[in-house]
Design a protein around this ligand. Sequence first.
Ligand SMILES: [Zn+2]
Length: 450
Amino acid sequence: MPARPRTRGTDEGEPPSIEWVLAGRAYVNGRLQPVEIGIDEEGWIRRVARHIDSDRRHDVGEGIVLPSATDLHVHFREPGDPEASEDLASGTLQAAYGGVGTVGEMPNTQPPITDADRLRDKAARVAGRTHVDVLLYAALAPGVRVASLARVAGAFKLYLSPTTGQPEPTRISDASALLASAAETGLAVSVHAEEPAYFHDTSRVGTVEGWNAARPAPAEAYAVSELLSVAPPSLRLHIAHVTRAEVAAQLRRAGQSFETTPHHLLLSDRKGPDARFKVNPPLRSEPERRELLAAFERGEVPCLASDHAPHSLDAKRRPFPEAPSGMPGVETLLPLMLQRVRDGALAFPTLVAAACDRPARWAGLPQGRLAVGHRANLLVVDFRRSRSIGARSLHAPCSWSAFEGFPAIFPREHYRNGEALLLDGEYVGRPRGRVVRPDYAPGNDPTGPG
Ligand SMILES: [Zn+2]
């Protein structure tokens, strides 16, 4: 559990002890203005004001300060094949470079995280090796001991369709009881919602467009409708990687948390036979992509997540039906969208809400806002410094990106608990990431006043 600040707000007499001050500009009350952030020695935000007296100050001038992102959906493939193109150390380093301060690491590893011992083993791999904090998902599947997993896990993941490392999906008819037991634990559940009964034969598919046709959008719409009908109202439910504006609107009407990914927002199925663009759920058509992006930019999608799932280029060069699904994305998640802000397409507060604030609230983590009582997990960006993404300048061991050539704005500085991970875009941190679990303290409740 994260260390708690000795005081939250002003309820105790002792004045907060501010260790250092980060001075720059930030959006406060909807306006970009000069702001100073007072950070205590335990890495919590103690004060946010126009001016704070302190001997230790770091002034970033025109730099813009924002909270680091919480990416609820990554696959760092550990434990797993040592030849796999990722592990917790390499994945969290990319997160640090991309401005992601906390990752939600998925349980479909080898072996999958289906019992508390495996979860403890995975937690032990975090200490001393990870560069940002890690929320560990446990698999929610028939036969798992939900209550025992809940004592160690940060959240649950439920697969309604086959996925890498977990070929047997849970049927919607079995999901109801599982969701009810998860609701009793208080932990949140993220769902991969595609109904396999809608899938066509994928063994002869040779293009990204064909992949879209073989795992069509109605598979997603059906699974989401079924889920909404069986999920207990008290459950903290979240739908992973929504690909269609229609489904987003349905979830919004139902008041449910959900995410979409930069690849579903920025890439469509016009990629021919290039299996680097094979992902689940598939990239959709260009008009569908544009509709989803428009909904995101109107602020109608609560969360942004990467579904970072790298595979080596060799694996992606296999014949299309055999090539694995997934692409890397944790390092480019925020930079791609910061570029949309710079271009005037996306409002900065809309991005901060989707990438930083709402994912943290859903996961019950006291971060994602420039506010007293929140962790000093912060970024500094400079909108004048845009550069085009080149796989070689990224830090992914798989050494490719579907966003090669896209302009992006990478963070200049990144702080975890007030300690620098990046300065001037270079990694200066230490692997001090920790396992984080929900903290349902007042003011950090996603159902509370926002
Ligand atoms: Zn995934």
